[in-house]
Design a binder for this molecule. Structure first.
Ligand code: AMP
Length: 189
């Protein structure tokens, strides 16, 4: 079965870590838009140069650019066997664009995984992580962007796609276990 999943959670919630693990265990293409943008920046491609300032500030790259990037990625062979989207969609326009792309391809999402972590814990974790775009101000800004623009996107999926909401505080294995259990449960809306 070509499972199509999306993982949703604030910056620093561990969604990248969990997406990599779950992607591997369920044999899904892990499509992380943050990783794609960081790879483009590291390689110094046109895309990388174009997005660098925006990413460094913790702002969002434009919806058109992100949609084109994801649409291309989902057309690659590995994604045909199922995928796990990580870091996309982050705005309502992206969610609507994704829905159009999936409908055109005659498919739909099977579940949205939501990692719940509160803001105090997130700031603490981000400061410990020390990524280039992780200064305290940027961390707080990314959180504000998430709460303001990304979290409301869940409303778009509510009632349309199964929600698998888990507590994102704990050790990595525990959280993976919670997600796997939630995904394999027959009913959980
Ligand atoms: P992430 O690794 O998912 O936290 O993404 C790192 C940064 O890449 C974000 O802070 C944004 O600047 C940018 N980015 C990643 N995904 C998206 C997206 N779907 N829409 C807009 N910007 C994005």
């Amino acid at each position: 079965m070509a499972e199509k999943l999306l993982i949703f959670g604030p910056p620093g919630s561990g969604k990248g870590t969990q997406a990599a693990i779950i992607g591997q265990s369920r044999q899904l293409a892990h499509v992380s838009t943050g990783d794609m943008l960081r790879a483009a920046m590291a390689a110094g491609t046109e895309l990388g140069k174009r997005v660098k300032d925006v990413v460094d500030r913790g702002d969002l790259v434009t919806d058109d650019l992100m949609l084109a990037l994801v649409e291309d990625r989902l057309e690659q062979a590995d994604a045909k066997g199922g995928f796990l989207l990580d870091g996309f969609p982050r705005t309502l326009a992206q969610a609507e664009g994704l829905a159009r792309v999936l409908t055109k391809a005659g498919t739909h999402l099977d579940a949205v995984i939501i990692l719940d972590v509160d803001d105090d814990e997130l700031v603490k974790r981000a400061m410990a992580r020390g990524r280039a775009d992780d200064s305290e101000k940027t961390v707080q800004h990314r959180l504000d962007v998430y709460r303001g623009q990304t979290e409301p996107v869940l409303g778009f999926f509510e009632g349309k796609v199964r929600f698998c909401r888990v507590d994102g505080v704990g050790n990595i294995e525990e959280i993976t276990e919670r997600i796997e259990r939630g995904l394999d449960a027959e009913h959980q809306y």
